[in-house]
Design a protein around this ligand. Structure first.
Ligand code: ADP
Ligand code: TRP
Length: 330
């Protein structure tokens, strides 16, 4: 079984626990279950990031963070999107098997419109975002695409594009299945309200320095009706409990903490201190690996090059088949 997923390196903020528990953790596990490909989708980030240095730095930072979190180049093909020119080549072809109406139904486009942007001001890159993603996937004969809930629609349109292509040109492209991580699908942000997202600023970055992390944790919004630590609180209104659970905090101890919280026997600060400790303990091996790898730039470059070479071995084969199928082979 071949599995592929990707991340858009659209921010310098780095990966947060929503990314980790929503996707990366599962992906690391999947490496033992199938043949995995993983890409840093920096062409996707061109529709929101306009500074070359930022693109470069974000791309290498995310590449490094994934390695530190356990993406293993021995087990997986791990590469950067822009290193594989077959991707935008396939996108050009796929543009002819998708309709404007289908792309207009995409959340990304609709969200942008809802924010009072006129359709005339939306870049073709944003509109095309799902087609580029379809190219990432369909180029590699993928069986399964594990993603967070927010990317489900993009994988569905990928399937549709593959079916349309196959109907027109013969059975060339593999129609992939989408896999959503149900239990951890939507990690709440530190505001306790909205999905954790780097763009909302409600995230807990995995590789941030300890001081920043402490500040982030202390700012987590908790039960607002609770004024003093001795007031009874509702653990469901304090997202710290969900985080502790995610970080494998002992289940029985966690239940006791919840009880103490309900009875007003423990303050929010004490819980946040525990969360801080647990967070650092949980991510220590990854944070250490990150420091070590960051110091070895030649190794990182070699891994990036090797990843793209392996990806292109598969990509060039698909492109040959596609070219033959639609009559553009030499
Ligand atoms: P962000 O929302 O911070 O910009 P991205 O859109 O770059 O994050 O998401 C990268 C991947 O991480 C996607 O597969 C997405 O589904 C997953 N992901 C991001 N935030 C969360 C979250 N809060 N809960 C679960 N998964 C998430
Ligand atoms: N669009 C995805 C996101 O914003 C990232 C991505 C790019 C991706 N190409 C992909 C995900 C291919 C899965 C498969 O998170």
């Amino acid at each position: 079984m071949r599995i592929l997923s990707g991340i858009n390196p659209s921010s310098s903020k780095g990966l947060h626990i929503g990314n980790y528990f929503g996707m990366v953790k599962r992906f690391v596990e999947l490496q033992t279950e199938g043949e995995c490909l993983f890409l840093v989708a920096n062409l996707h980030s061109l529709n929101t990031v306009y500074t070359p240095d930022e693109i470069r730095n974000n791309t290498s930072a995310i590449f490094l963070q994934y390695l530190a979190l356990g993406i293993d180049p021995q087990k997986s093909i791990f590469f950067v999107e822009s290193d594989v020119p077959e991707i935008p080549y396939l996108q050009t072809i796929l543009n002819n098997v998708v309709t404007v109406a289908e792309l207009k139904r995409m959340h990304g486009y609709k969200d942008k419109l809802a924010h009072e942007v006129s359709p005339d001001e939306i870049s073709a890159g944003l509109f095309e975002y799902p087609v580029l993603m379809a190219a990432d996937i369909l180029l590699f004969d993928v069986d399964l695409v594990p993603v967070g809930e927010d990317q489900k629609q993009h994988v569905e349109i990928t399937r549709e594009i593959a079916r349309t292509f196959n109907n027109r040109f013969g059975n060339v492209l593999t129609v992939p299945e989408v896999k959503i991580q149900k239990e951890t699908a939507r990690i709440l942000g530190t505001d306790g309200q909205r999905k954790m997202s780097k763009s909302l600023g409600n995230d807990l970055p995995i590789f941030g320095n300890e001081k920043e992390l402490y500040t982030h944790i202390m700012r987590i919004t908790t039960d607002p009706s609770r004024i003093r630590p001795t007031d009874p609180g509702d653990p469901a209104k304090n997202v710290c409990f969900s985080y502790l659970q995610l970080l494998d905090f002992d289940a029985q101890q966690l239940e006791e903490l919840r009880e103490q919280y309900r009875e007003g026997k423990i303050g929010d600060v004490a819980i946040k201190e525990m969360l801080y400790e647990k967070f650092l303990h949980y991510f220590k091996p990854y944070r250490d690996a990150h420091v070590e790898l960051a110091a070895d730039v030649p190794k990182l470059s070699a891994l990036r090059k090797a990843g793209s070479e392996r990806a292109r071995e598969i990509a060039t084969k698909t492109i040959s088949k596609v070219q033959r199928a639609c009559g553009i082979n030499a």
